[in-house]
Design a protein around this ligand. Structure first.
Ligand code: SAH
Ligand code: SF4
Ligand code: F3S
Length: 447
């Protein structure tokens, strides 16, 4: 069968789509890149905000028209919405043939085999352990960036931030066996992968599955141990990860991140809010001061470290003063990037039950814009300060906008455009001297 997979949501979903594609290809199917070429269209869905769900449902509606032209066309939904609303969707959407939940991706090949036999309306959404078959299946040969790979280290989340639907759809946190992750990274290194992105809803709590953070000692971090083991693998040059919850940044992890040469000095550290009162209602067990302490401790070990974050504006009850506290945190940390979201109440979550969604949409939008403008200003300043410095880049390939120039990334996750010397290949390392900066990008001369 020709299968087209469209992915919504986070990097975990992207990774799941890749392993789904690898398993389907292994079973003899062809992965195609347009809807028109497909016999089966699978949407890998996200539930994190209402908009994300509406987008996928809207897409299914539009695709149903394609079925009029190609009556043989089949449809499946996987991912977070399949897990939480699978039964309802199967009932409501007549042309939907199956749903596959977040832990059941390995059942895709047999589900497609059943489809070929004529079965319809199938649903698989049982919870599984973390090391499901195929969680380590990759498709590097199809990747535009075969030098870089995502590796899932855990499933689910135990944090229950009050606004968040993820623990309900992805289930409880289950860490993969460390040996199995290390083996997967070794295999990837053997295939030429140089950069690894470790993925989990809360990577820093890796291995602590059943222990709340209050019991967490300062000198034990299973995630730090995993980083050390991956750091030892020949061929791997850069290790990145997303996302670590600030509550799990103990001394051991901070020192490990600072010390290991292959662990990139760029950190995605979700803040959510700079107001302690809002953080409390969000069930995020840290204060702005504690968060800043982590940032400062990391910068003390690696002064060049860059930070990115997630922020929610318009959480219920967020006052102007709360918002101002968030704005001040942006100033204090001097983020290089921030994903800013407008609060969206999710059915079943604690905040949706307890607190009215009382910040008007226009005010959420205004706060969003204020933070974006702030971020742009900080970015321009951060980038300008890098002019005159030298960096090693991992060359990612010709720039999308201007093919005469190439783009590469620093260890600190800054994009640099440069003129590629003859013979440069994607995935090579190259040194540049930064000559110019904008708020978005850096420009360098090859040294
Ligand atoms: N596990 C990751 C986040 C996964 S969801 C972490 O804790 O960092 C990605 C981001 O979506 C969150 O960090 C949060 O900023 C945002 N988000 C989650 N639920 C939301 C909601 N109900 N409304 C708006 N934004 C939300
Ligand atoms: Fe959601 Fe919080 Fe878990 Fe992240 S840590 S997935 S925001 S509950
Ligand atoms: Fe969305 Fe699921 Fe990721 S809800 S953000 S795709 S874990």
């Amino acid at each position: 069968m020709n299968v087209y997979i469209k992915t919504y949501g986070c990097q975990m979903n992207e990774r799941d789509s890749e392993s789904a594609a690898a398993m389907l290809a292994e079973a003899g199917h062809t992965i195609v890149h347009t809807e028109k070429a497909a016999d089966l269209i699978i949407l890998n869905t996200c539930s994190v905000r209402e908009q994300a769900e509406l987008k996928a449902i809207g897409k299914l509606g539009i695709l149903s028209r394609l079925k009029r032209e190609h009556p043989w066309l089949l449809f499946g939904i996987m991912g977070c919405m399949a897990q939480s609303r699978g039964e309802e969707l199967l009932e409501k959407i007549p042309h939907l043939d199956f749903v596959i939940g977040t832990d059941n991706i390995h059942l895709l090949p047999e589900t497609v085999a059943e489809l070929e036999k004529g079965r319809r309306k199938m649903r698989h959404d049982l919870r599984m352990g973390a090391d499901t078959p195929g969680i380590d299946a990759h498709r590097l040969e199809e990747s535009e960036q075969p030098f870089s790979a995502f590796v899932s280290i855990s499933r689910g989340c135990n944090r229950f931030c009050s606004y968040c639907i993820v623990p309900y759809v992805r289930g409880p946190e289950r860490s993969r066996e460390m040996d199995s992750i290390v083996e997967e990274v070794r295999m990837l290194a053997g295939q030429g992968v140089k950069e690894i992105m470790l993925l989990g809803q809360n990577v820093a709590s890796y291995g602590f599955d059943r222990k709340p953070p209050s019991e967490m000692p300062d000198d034990v971090s299973h995630f730090a141990e995993l980083l050390s083991r991956i750091n030892d693998i020949d061929g791997i040059r850069r290790i990145r990860f997303t996302s670590p919850h600030p509550a799990y940044f103990n001394r051991r992890l901070i020192e490990t991140v600072g010390a290991l040469p292959k662990v990139c000095k760029s950190m995605h550290l979700p803040l959510q809010s700079g107001s302690d009162l809002v953080l409390k209602r969000m069930n995020r067990p840290y204060t702005a001061e504690k968060y800043l302490q982590i940032v400062n401790d990391l910068r003390a070990l690696a002064p060049q470290m860059t930070f990115s974050t997630d922020i929610i504006v318009g959480f219920p009850g967020e006052t102007e003063a709360d918002f101002e506290a968030t704005r001040q945190m942006m100033q204090a940390v001097r983020y290089d990037n921030a994903y800013i979201f407008k609060y969206s109440p999710r059915k079943g979550t604690v905040s949706a039950k307890l607190y009215p969604d009382d910040v008007p949409q226009t005010e959420k939008e205004r706060r969003n814009q204020v933070l974006l403008a702030e971020l742009e200003k900080i970015n321009a300043e951060n980038n300008n300060a890098l002019v005159g410095q030298d960096f090693e880049l991992l060359a990612e390939g010709p720039s999308k906008r201007n093919s005469a120039s190439w783009m590469g990334k620093t260890d600190t996750f800054k994009q640099v455009f440069f003129k590629a010397p003859d013979g440069l290949k994607k995935g090579d390392f190259i040194n540049v001297h930064i000559v110019r900066a904008t708020s978005m990008s850096l420009y360098g001369d090859v040294i």
